[in-house]
Ligand binder design. Structure first.
Ligand code: ZN
Length: 72
């Protein structure tokens, strides 16, 4: 199956964003909804996709900082 192209209106700048559902990555996901971080200009969106690859929820992340866990 080809990658699914989805669109949403950016809650920050109101532009329409087209984004691809990362199908290969979703095959390895055991639990849904799964958050997908989309970078859009200087802000990030967190889109939650359910097991049918439908958009379940969207959150705005003005800044996205990747936390790093360190084992001692
Ligand atoms: Zn935007």
């Amino acid at each position: 199956m080809a990658e699914e192209l989805k669109w949403l209106q950016c809650p920050v700048c109101k532009e329409t964003i087209y984004w691809r559902v990362p199908m290969e990555a979703l095959k390895k996901v055991a639990r849904f909804p799964v958050p997908i971080v989309i970078k859009h200009k200087d802000h990030h969106l967190v889109c939650y996709v359910d097991s049918h690859h439908q958009l379940a929820d969207t959150e705005v992340a003005i800044a996205f900082i990747e936390g790093e866990a360190k084992s001692t």
